[in-house]
Design a protein around this ligand. Sequence first.
Ligand SMILES: [Ca+2]
Length: 293
Amino acid sequence: MRPGRSPERSLRGRGESAAAALQLLGHAQVGFAVDGVEEENDGGRDDHESGIERGGVADAEDGEVGDVAAGNVGLNTAYSSGADAAAIVFYGQFGRRRSRQLIEACFEDGRLLPRRTLGALGAEIPELKRRFRFNDDFARATLPEILGADRLAAAERFEARAFRSGVFLSDGRGGWRFQPLPRICQIAPAQAMAAGDFDGDGRMDLFIVQNWHGPIPYVGRFTGGLGQLLLGDGQGGFRAVEPAESGLVVPGDGRDVAVVDFGRRWGRGLLVSRNDSTLLGFVRRPAEREAGR
Ligand SMILES: [Ca+2]
């Protein structure tokens, strides 16, 4: 078990005692056991710009090196729900202005349509307001009819069709096979994750912090998750543990999670940060600490 890029930080290493750490947290929530995580720190992790929210390198399979856990936006957003879900963006010059515009599009019944309203597009391309005096006319038109097929063809097009969080399992020869995480993990974006053997069975597990309150009001928040503990089977598969069972409950706009050493009394636990809200600290249940798990 080698949590490659999992965040492993020690508050003690910064000269702070466990008491100070708990004071920092305000309180220590009783949570799930975190144990068996080797001391290793590569100094942080990478953020990904291409639709993948957060990832980490972990050994999801026994004996394999280089498996990658990757967080994505999941299947519970306006962009990613439905069988023909796709997030399509055109970047080009669509109006008389010399500036270029980003135009969001989607397919509906095989027709390419704009995602935004006439009012939103008209603010960027004023001539559309003159061409479409009524919303009904705009609603019936396809994107090529609205913007011009030639201009669309000349624009750069970007499309995303994969939205599930999952793991890339190494075949040991430089290739990877994608395996999505359990369905319940796809109800919200995976913003950050920690890898480690959290139940002490010698197999790599994951804890995922979820949700994103960042989208504009027209799109709405990507939310619905409470954080998700996943127990690995050592073969690349994971079993989702309900938050009520694990004690790891993270509502709100999750941002990051780190495995933290809270000191001799509390042992290792998880520290979770959230946007516009408090930090959350999770330590092992007393019975689990006494059992040395
Ligand atoms: Ca485990």
